[in-house]
Write a protein that binds this ligand. Structure first.
Ligand code: UDP
Length: 239
């Protein structure tokens, strides 16, 4: 059966394949920043992010975190569980960076005594605003129990990923997760885990190895995505 495109976002496309319960997410080379005000393309980003995400989803699954990952079926295509997505972006932070520099007036790179969890309402037209539990309740984005479970899963994923990256000479500064439920109501980690959605710094030099290179015009973007991939997976991507 021919694949039917059911959704196209800034960095990924979703296809229905005719198989019940699963869809395919395709990773694009397109890059956007600042609520899509800045647009560009990073060579081989789709393949690198698809394969890095696959690797990290499998790592998390093997440590008891349920993810939407089912199988990688091409360099840029991943078969995933079809989920009903919760309309929130969940950010976990280990060091100050990005919007937190401005919000709290703290210096970039300052280590946080404990991870910070933040919720953002996924609404491009509003610029994905920061929201609290009361906002989430009023907007009916998630039941309290589901929200608590999301918070626990996000923190647990961070606790697993921080040492995993540290062993590979990488500081996991912050990350964004998205979650969804299947038809039985079970919660899964969805979306992607890559240099587009996390901040990764070289542990020694603090050089940036993620989308901040694109956001801040730092150059050597593809080289850094590739170097990150090699360090984390210890092999070459299929391009
Ligand atoms: N992030 C993301 N998508 C967004 C906003 C943020 O993946 O729409 C990620 C971002 O890459 C970083 C983390 O979430 O790893 C925290 O982002 P922050 O709030 O600092 O916002 P930014 O400075 O990226 O706009």
């Amino acid at each position: 059966m021919e694949w039917i495109r059911i959704y196209e976002g800034k960095a990924k496309i979703l296809f229905e394949t005719g198989e019940r319960g699963s869809v395919v997410q395709r990773f694009k080379n397109d890059a956007t920043a600042f609520n899509a005000l800045k647009k560009g393309s990073i060579p081989n980003k789709g393949a690198i992010n698809c394969q890095l995400s696959s690797h990290l989803f499998q790592f998390l699954e093997s440590n008891g975190i349920r993810t939407h990952f089912l199988e990688r079926i091409s360099p840029i295509d991943m078969k995933i569980r079809q989920l009903r997505m919760v309309g929130l972006e969940v950010v976990v932070r280990n060091r100050v960076a990005g919007s937190l520099v401005k919000r709290l007036g703290m210096e970039e790179g300052t280590p946080l005594a404990q991870p910070i969890l933040e919720w953002y309402y996924k609404r491009d037209d509003l610029g994905d605003p920061l929201v609290n539990r009361d906002h989430i309740r009023i907007l009916r984005l998630a039941e309290d129990a589901v929200l608590a479970q999301i918070g626990q899963m996000a923190k647990r994923a961070n606790d697993l990923l921080v040492p995993y990256f540290a062993e590979r000479g990488i500081l996991l500064v912050d990350m964004k997760f998205e979650f969804g439920t299947d038809e039985t109501g079970s919660l899964f980690l969805g979306d992607e885990i890559s240099g587009d959605t996390c901040r990764f710094w070289d542990a020694t030099t603090h050089d940036k190895m993620d989308k901040d290179r694109f956001r801040q015009d730092l150059g050597k973007i593809e080289e850094n995505y590739l170097a990150l991939f090699r360090r984390v997976t210890r092999h070459e991507p299929e391009i």
